[in-house]
Design a protein around this ligand. Structure first.
Ligand SMILES: Nc1ncnc2c1ncn2[C@@H]1O[C@H](COP(=O)(O)OP(=O)(O)O)[C@@H](O)[C@H]1O
Ligand SMILES: [Mg+2]
Length: 258
């Protein structure tokens, strides 16, 4: 069996809102394994718990219940983080820096040596199609350009494991195609990729396996090829929508009987 890169057992997260200390179960009993070299897509409607899951895997949030191991370490362990790349849902940039300066600055944070930092920044700007905009301040970038820069930044340390939270959101069709091309390249390099999305054409093209979250519960995990048989994303869409409908019907039934 291939080595597990991500492993969670009964992972759960309750968010407490300050207002009236209301509790909200954002993730419930997630047991998930992602193998080395796999591309895994976590799907779900807005608010399903996808970002919460990524934050737990990165150690940015503490679990309320359950266990999580990433690259053989506890989530958030620096030995794991050194081998991880992360694109947040809403990346934050210093608007007065140029794209190149931002990557160079990020490389400093990874303590990358001078030459490697410069070479890698240039190479990644080329990969995401920002070479011509390298010297422009990020404050003047479109949403799509910022998303491309976020992707470049997530690859700076040549990570073995990549977390991307909605990588193709906000991108035009060419941007989305470029991201899929980058994903294919990373797959060929043997990277393990975990990404959140609700854009099913992108998911059906690049993912080996998917999980579907609904109201914090994993209602399905399995191989994309078992669902789409030949890569027709419409089959995945049908499967996704009927899985959600069924889960919602069960949710309403169990709430009515309470
Ligand atoms: N820090 C927080 N405090 C309270 N509730 C939160 C917090 N973060 C997320 N939530 C809630 O948890 C649920 C799941 O959110 P999230 O993981 O961001 O979903 P997704 O990424 O699938 O859209 C949502 O209902 C959201 O409002
Ligand atoms: Mg999210």
């Amino acid at each position: 069996m291939t080595k597990a890169v991500i492993e969670t057992i009964n992972l759960g997260k309750v968010h407490f809102s300050n207002f009236l200390r209301k509790r909200f179960q954002a993730l419930d009993q997630l047991s998930l394994t992602v193998a080395s070299g796999e591309t895994f897509g976590l799907l779900g409607l807005n608010g399903a718990g996808k970002t919460t899951t990524i934050k737990l895997l990165l150690g940015l949030l503490r679990p309320t219940t359950g266990e999580v191991k990433v690259l053989g370490h506890d989530a958030g362990d620096v030995r794991a983080l050194a081998r991880i790349g992360f694109l947040p849902e809403t990346p934050y940039f210093y608007s007065y820096l140029s794209a190149y300066e931002f990557l160079d600055f990020s490389g400093h944070l990874f303590a990358m040596p001078n030459k490697l930092r410069k070479d890698r920044s240039k190479e990644l700007l080329e990969l995401v199609g920002l070479t011509d905009a390298a010297k422009r301040p990020i404050g003047k970038f479109s949403k799509g350009m910022m998303q491309r820069l976020g992707i470049a930044q997530s690859l700076l340390n040549d990570p073995d494991l990549i977390f991307w939270d909605e990588p193709t959101s906000g991108l035009d069709p060419i941007g989305r195609r470029d991201v899929r091309t980058i994903l294919h390249k990373l797959k060929e390099q043997g990277k393990t990729i975990f990404f959140n999305s609700h854009l099913l054409p992108d998911v059906s093209e690049v993912c080996d396996r998917i999980g579907i979250l609904n109201r914090g519960k994993l209602i399905f995990q399995g191989k994309v090829s078992d669902i789409t048989a030949g890569g027709n994303y419409l089959k995945l869409e049908d499967f996704f929508l009927s899985s959600i409908q069924e889960a919602e019907a069960n949710y309403k039934k169990s709430n009515n009987s309470k």
